[in-house]
Design a protein around this ligand. Structure first.
Ligand SMILES: C=C(OP(=O)(O)O)C(=O)O
Ligand SMILES: [Mg+2]
Length: 557
């Protein structure tokens, strides 16, 4: 019997396929004692299992590409490191514990040693535990951890995906993702969008889905249909084969330009964005240069890293965001690790109060990189809350000859006081991920709050409108660089509210362009009015999607 589950739609598109669930965590093996005469066979079992796991990881790394290949190679190298296996063998002989228990204990001790060494080695502790689980699964017959490899395309069902799992997702075989946890700005959601995999998160009842059943999910509307109609399955499978490319610059049906830009986080991402036809970079997150480091990278190192990103966009705009440390991106040398409420703490531009030199050196590096490359460089600061902060940031940029200095608008206070902020800032970029978090007082990573954490909240849309109106008073452009920009049904609403550029994962560019290209600017304004007059997010979304139904259906979004 056909039944429909609902959740938060986070990555558009329809997908149909067989469910494969993420394996349960590998259970801790009991401490069972061996007889002395069993020790040799147990030692041999540890060796055989370690070798088998390492070989499998190397094979997978060879077949994978990009980040997945990197992640799997690191795990394979860890599995091949003799430290773990030899300590486990010693434990088998000395403590007479089972091979699985010995591996568990050996990994626990190695992970603890790594954690004591602090970053970046502490991060390897996670790899050690991953290898531990794989070897223990090999020894006990449990399902190995990580994204399953059933040998055919499937819809992945999980509670939520850890960053290490998402890195190995292969969009060729993972047709869609359904999770019971996670929110619209969770790691799973962001990655699904960047890979173009349709996804619905925070689905009530997802825990009841069973391996082998067929589901049809709609990452645009948030539905997951169990036992769907075979014709609908065939249609979704057919549509899935056609990917939409970006054709030329973004514009509405009546020719009003809407710049379609990319969010990038490193040089590889910048190259991929340029290949996808992005008109420029609307958000270059510079954290990649800093995260996982015990000390600030030198100016020279920063210049070379930034140049590699700028080089992908000669003659086009790249909006460089200064360091956004704090909250979910702690950085030992600028943020405290004992704040009781880090999302409301010293993060983003606020770190420059205690560490003005770090910002100054970063601006110097950005200016040097800009001078050496042909991209048109704009600079913006994260987490600006007051006009004074905007003024001081613009002045700090001017000292380095960086004239196009703007702000991210991701704090409601900045949106409400936009008229004063844009007396100083040359442009604005709405960071809707944080703007939603602060407007709705809802932690952006909590799945339980997914219904609050959506850009369709009329309160959030009103803040977008207030920002655009305040900026327009000074003739300043405003874009959106939060995840909201990648929702093709929301794009015309944002344009109708006054936004003139949208920056997103390159995978979403084609879909957003297709919807905008079929909607006039007058229709965009009408859709914005329609959304804002709804009482809540769900009805705003339903009203706009209803108005665009024929188009979204034609585009399978
Ligand atoms: C783009 C944003 O910044 P980040 O996700 O890096 O906090 C945002 O908050 O919307
Ligand atoms: Mg932000």
């Amino acid at each position: 019997m056909t039944t429909t589950l609902t959740g938060s739609p986070v990555s558009p598109g329809r997908a149909a396929g067989v469910v494969v669930t993420m394996p349960e965590p590998v259970p801790e093996p009991p401490t069972t004692r061996l007889h002395a005469h069993e020790a040799d066979a147990a030692v041999e079992a540890v060796r055989t299992a370690s070798t088998a796991v390492q070989k499998r990881l190397v094979d997978r790394a060879d077949r994978a590409r990009g980040t997945a290949a990197d992640v799997l190679s690191v795990t394979a190298a860890m599995a091949g490191d003799p430290t773990l296996a030899s300590d486990a063998e010693r434990r088998v002989r000395e403590d007479l514990v089972t091979p699985a228990r010995a591996v568990w204990d050996a990994a626990g001790s190695l992970a603890a040693q790594l954690e004591q060494l602090g970053p970046p080695l502490a991060e390897r502790a996670r790899d050690v535990r991953d290898v531990r689980d794989r070897i223990v699964a090999e020894l006990t017959g449990a399902r190995p951890p990580g994204v399953p490899e059933p040998g055919h395309p499937f819809v992945l069902v999980a509670e939520d995906l850890a960053p290490a799992d998402t890195a190995t997702l292969d969009p060729e075989t993972v047709l869609g993702i359904v999770t019971s946890g996670g929110g619209p700005t969770s790691h799973t959601a962001i990655l699904a969008r960047s890979l173009g995999i349709p996804a619905v998160v925070a689905v009530a009842g997802a825990g009841d889905l069973r391996d082998g059943e067929t589901v049809l999910l709609d990452g645009g509307s948030g539905s997951v249909v169990r036992d769907p109609d075979p014709d609908a399955v065939a249609a979704a499978q057919h549509r899935d084969t056609a990917r939409r490319e970006l054709q030329g610059p973004g514009r509405t049906a009546d020719g009003v330009p809407v710049e379609l830009m990319a969010n990038v986080a490193d040089p590889d991402g910048a190259r991929a964005a340029a290949e996808a036809g992005a008109e420029g970079v609307g958000l270059f997150r510079t954290e990649f240069c800093f995260l996982g480091r015990a000390a600030e990278p030198s100016v020279a190192e920063q210049v070379s890293a930034y140049r590699r990103v700028l080089a992908a966009f000669p003659g086009r705009r790249v909006v460089v965001r200064t360091l956004d440390a704090g909250a979910d991106k702690p950085l030992g040398f600028v943020t405290a690790d004992d704040e009781p409420n880090p999302a409301l703490g010293v993060r983003g531009l606020r770190t420059a109060v205690g560490h003005p030199d770090v910002l100054d050196r970063q601006l110097q590096a950005i200016a040097e990189a800009a001078a050496a490359e042909e991209a048109e460089v704009w600079v913006m600061a994260p987490m600006v809350a007051t006009p004074a902060e905007a003024r001081d940031f613009v002045a700090a940029c001017a000292k380095h000859g960086l004239e196009q200095a703007g702000v991210m608008v991701e704090v409601p206070a900045a949106a409400l006081r936009a008229r004063w902020i844009f007396e100083h800032a040359a442009f604005g970029s709405l960071g809707t991920n944080d703007l939603i978090q602060y407007a709705m007082a809802a932690d952006r990573v909590l799945g339980e709050l997914a219904t609050l954490s959506t850009p369709w909240q009329p309160a959030v849309l009103e803040l977008v409108r207030a920002t655009c109106e305040g900026a327009a008073a000074h003739g300043r452009p405003v874009g959106v660089c939060g995840e909201a920009a990648a929702d093709p049904a929301l794009a015309p609403v944002l344009v109708g509210l006054g936004v003139s550029s949208l920056s997103m994962t390159p995978r979403a560019l084609g879909d957003v362009a297709a919807v905008l290209g079929a909607t006039t600017s007058e229709e965009c304004a009408e859709l914005a009015r329609l959304a804002c007059e709804q009482p809540d997010a769900e009805s705003a979304r339903a009203a706009v999607r209803g108005r665009l139904a024929a188009l979204l259906d034609e585009l399978a979004l």
